[in-house]
Design a protein around this ligand. Sequence first.
Ligand code: ATP
Ligand code: MG
Length: 330
Amino acid sequence: MRRVAHYAAELALVSPYTPMGRVIAIANQKGGVGKTTTAINLAASFAAAEVNTLLVDCDPQSNTTSGLGFAKDPGRISSYHMIMGAASAEEALLTTELEQLWLIPSHKNLVGANLELVDAEGREFRLREALAPLRDRFQFIVLDCPPALDLLTLNALVAADAVLIPMQGEYFALEGISELLDTIDRIRQGLNPGLGIEAVVLTMFDDRTNLAQQVRAELQNFFGEKLCATTVPRNIRLAEAPSYGKPALVYDPRSKGAESYIRLAKEIIERQALGTGLRTSDLGPQPAAVSDQAVAPAAGGIAEGAEAPAGQQGAAVEEIPAADEMDKTA
Ligand code: ATP
Ligand code: MG
């Protein structure tokens, strides 16, 4: 653990600049892009930097909960009870192996909240209101979202100050991104005007391949400084750690995976210090490649730009003009 302590000390150097209660939703409706791995390991890295951090499992799959070593238990107070108003966030808090990391667990019964709340008044504000009393106790509150733009993700985006978008460095990385940005903008225009984009992070990234470099260049062109300098490599330790119920920095602090999330935490803390909470309106022109067809497997790499489909350029993304810039870097 000496190495963790070393990074913790390094991270702690910048942590005093972090305001209390920053809520970061880890969201991408695409499945398997590394949301949970990012939520667990980023939150653990914040905690290792000696800042009080709360991780909230907002996904009925409960992978964050099991990834921190908590067995499935329908009797345990969870995010379901919290969102349904049956328990307070305080009552749902669990301590973890890391002294400064707390968890609000999930259970598969959370899937019912989507239906049970459908007609409820203020249904999108349930999580925000539930977490409000805890905001002063944690420097970071990290929300792991399900792979859907459903009411649970909506609750997370309404509760959040910013969204961190993990994207896999592969051909289809941009698939569906316009839908996510659309949703973020719509929420900003109504339910949560303060919502920003924290950053975009490339996961399972192999920078030795031409394809990965091309995808990175595409994302850089579109997201500009929102794209994290830190990338997360494909690393077996990151995949193994959840089965031991541990964040990677506890399971194997020397692994490339653990190191990358420690660097990511540092980058995010530094971004905070510099006050670069970007909004979608700060992004570059919306690329044609944002359309679901444009970043498609093609012999030479990234496909030439197709038009973004009608309906994905609606009012909610009007601050991100549809453009055909993205494919020019390919
Ligand atoms: P879902 O959409 O189902 O919630 P997710 O976006 O949360 O998925 P993860 O569960 O974090 O994605 O990751 C999907 C799979 O890929 C998991 O088996 C995880 O262990 C593995 N994985 C994630 N990141 C890495 C990585 N950097 N290196 C190796 N394996 C990884
Ligand atoms: Mg997940």
